[in-house]
Design a protein around this ligand. Sequence first.
Ligand code: UDP
Length: 325
Amino acid sequence: VVENVLVTGGAGYIGSHTCKELASNGLVPVSLDNLVYGHREFVQWGPFVQGDIADGRLLDALFAEHRFAAVIHFAAFAYVGESVQDPGKYYRNNVAGTISLLEAMRRGGCSDIIFSSTCATYGMPDADLIGEETRQEPINPYGRGKLMVETILRDYQAAYGIRHGILRYFNAAGADPDGAIGERHDPETHLVPLAIRAALGQAGPLTIFGSDYPTPDGTAIRDYIHVTDLADAHVRALTHLRRERASVVCNLGTGRGSSVQEVIETVAAIAGREVPVLRGARRPGDPPRLVSANGRAREVLGWVPQRSAIATIVADAWNWHSREG
Ligand code: UDP
């Protein structure tokens, strides 16, 4: 039996890497993407459908045609700053769009969904290691919308029996080790690609957002997780949902942090050249340190990150970006 999985946002960064992982596990990803931020050429595993999660009729046709075993829902806008400037855009797409998708799942009789949540739902936690039980107090519309969907998913489980895997990503980074796909955002705001592009001379110097944090080198600490490790976690979460018939909520991080300074030094070492930098002010809303506990993902999903050492992340990202040109 061929098992089809609907992947919304399958032309995006984490979505496309997850399609590759699904295919290598014998599943058929069907990517639905409106290509607002996605890239058609990233869809290399399974069919592609251009369209929007808000389009209930399109969803009905897709569910009828493919009889999806499950949905993996990546499609969302993900610029925190923009969500502050234009919250309507975020609540409409990320929250209302998800309700449209969930309603189509009900009509189509599909009862398993994996949802892309985020450490942004925790806001500015002071915990040394952030666990799934750490209080969720998001500080921007992006994070609030993701938390709203988590709440909606719990209600849909209780009332309609739709099971969920909620995966709260920390800092996704890196690229497919085979170099087939990678990270390409426009505009790019993320540290690893910006540092690499600065080293390649493809962009101006990297601005370090804050050197006066209460951290060992004064720069902010994040938990970087390789995109192929994230992809692997999605397949594991899907297996868990279907085998245990129980919902699951997991942070996806390594339990270790790297500072901005460490990331820059790693890029310089791998590039074999300096990363030009400027020292700037803190970015509003950036906490000093966000590092995940990863006990639950290990225990429940058997998930052990394989490529998330910062040197491996940067090496894979470097291979991708230096070929992207
Ligand atoms: N950062 C930076 N300069 C940049 C982009 C990011 O210093 O041009 C810092 C940012 O303040 C944070 C870390 O790098 O401490 C990771 O930022 P990114 O935007 O990649 O992810 P976020 O943690 O905001 O989701």
